[in-house]
Design a protein around this ligand. Structure first.
Ligand SMILES: [Zn+2]
Length: 382
């Protein structure tokens, strides 16, 4: 197959693909690029709780629904994602991993798009604020035996564990097990002290989950977990840049402090792509989705309950707010997560990469997906 377009840096380019892989990248000999679509590597999202009406944490989860959510992700340019299982009972965490693996094995598109799983909790802070919308009943200290069991239930496909290092009990064994088993440890939903953050990094934690969210509303001006995470050289930072989770100044500072170690995650939920309104959830009572797309707990509009946006929306927010140019913003949801997760065949327009491509239109500075290509095959056309 041959794909012609221009990169986000406006360079005319011709991609040749064979058997689902990019086999050549050539410059395209043309003066007039105005009619060419933009062409970019497929987006990767490390934190997806559901999409398009499908909640990944509500059982039973069936194939039709998972395919529907995955197709909706593809229509937003996302060609790879990590379904995120949040704080729940041992039994339900096992059932969710078993179900995902069963469905993934039954459909080639799911198998290509689901890159492994993110387990967010249950080893997080029990405190109101840092705990966010996670159910207090199931929050517990790190337990390496449980992680081993859940990793096994996922058929070794657990890839990211978000935990809080404020727990001393079980922490070292759990992080060490994860490091030895190719599971990235990310700090999140945490009320940890700066020393506990530093200790977790020494043990092998390498990322912050949605930094600046899942936090206390007020913290000490100097001795707090946000400064410490910003200061740790070995921590990458995931942010939800949807226009609601973080103010522009905070995003700007995180981008300056972390530079190439910033990853955009959507933290999107079943409400992604849905109509405004009040909805019931299993995680902590009702949530409200506003006209502008802000998703918060019905009981407190300062406590966000995940997002209703995709990473593509986050890229558009960052460029519109003049926080990043479009190329850099796109990288933070493609090349950066690929590098962080050691995905050597995803995230770039280069020979030897999977032909997971997105063709885009840009109107009034906003990118929209015209076509999504998975392993060289068009799977979505606007
Ligand atoms: Zn969270």
């Amino acid at each position: 197959m041959i794909f012609e377009g221009k990169t986000l840096a406006e360079l005319p380019v011709k991609l040749i693909t064979e058997a689902g892989m990019i086999t050549a990248v050539e410059s395209l000999d043309t003066q007039d690029t105005s009619s060419l679509p933009y062409i970019a590597p497929g987006l990767l999202d490390l934190q997806v709780n559901g999409f398009a009406g499908v909640d990944f944490n509500t059982l039973p989860l069936n194939k039709t629904d998972l395919i529907h959510a995955t197709e909706a992700m593809l229509s937003n340019g996302v060609t790879g994602y990590y379904p995120t299982v949040i704080t729940n009972s041992d039994e339900n965490i096992c059932k969710l991993f078993q179900t995902f693996q069963l469905l993934r094995g039954s459909d080639s598109r799911l198998d290509q798009c689901l890159l492994g799983y993110h387990l967010e909790g249950p080893f997080i802070s029990p405190n109101d604020g840092p705990r966010g919308a996670h159910n207090r009943d199931y929050v517990q200290a790190p337990n390496v035996e449980l992680i081993k069991k859940w990793h096994q239930e996922s058929q070794d496909q657990l890839r990211i564990l978000t935990l809080s290092p404020e727990w001393e009990q079980g922490l070292a064994e759990t992080i060490e097990y994860c490091v030895a088993n190719n599971i990235k440890v990310s700090i999140g939903h945490s009320a940890a002290t700066p020393m506990q953050i530093a200790h977790a990094v020494q043990l092998g934690a390498t990322m912050s989950t949605h930094l600046g969210n899942g936090c206390d509303l007020q913290i000490h001006r100097h001795h707090n977990y946000i400064w410490q995470q910003l200061a740790e050289d070995n921590l990458w930072t995931a942010i939800i840049a949807d226009g609601f989770h973080l103010p522009p100044a905070v995003i700007k500072v995180i981008l300056k402090a972390k530079q190439d170690q910033v990853i955009l995650t959507s933290d999107t939920t079943a409400f992604g792509g849905m109509k405004p309104g009040r909805y019931q959830t299993h995680i902590g009572g009702d949530v409200i989705l506003t006209e502008e797309g802000k998703l918060h707990l019905a009981s407190n509009d300062e406590l966000l309950a995940g997002s209703a946006k995709s990473v593509l929306d986050c890229i558009n927010y960052l460029t519109r707010a003049n926080l990043l140019d479009v190329e850099s913003a796109w990288d933070k949801a493609s090349a950066a997560p690929a590098q962080f997760m050691d995905l050597s065949r995803r995230g770039h327009l280069a020979v030897g990469q999977r032909a997971d491509l997105v063709e885009l239109e840009k109107r009034d500075g906003i990118l929209s997906v015209a076509k999504t290509i998975l392993a060289g095959e068009a799977v979505y056309t606007a």
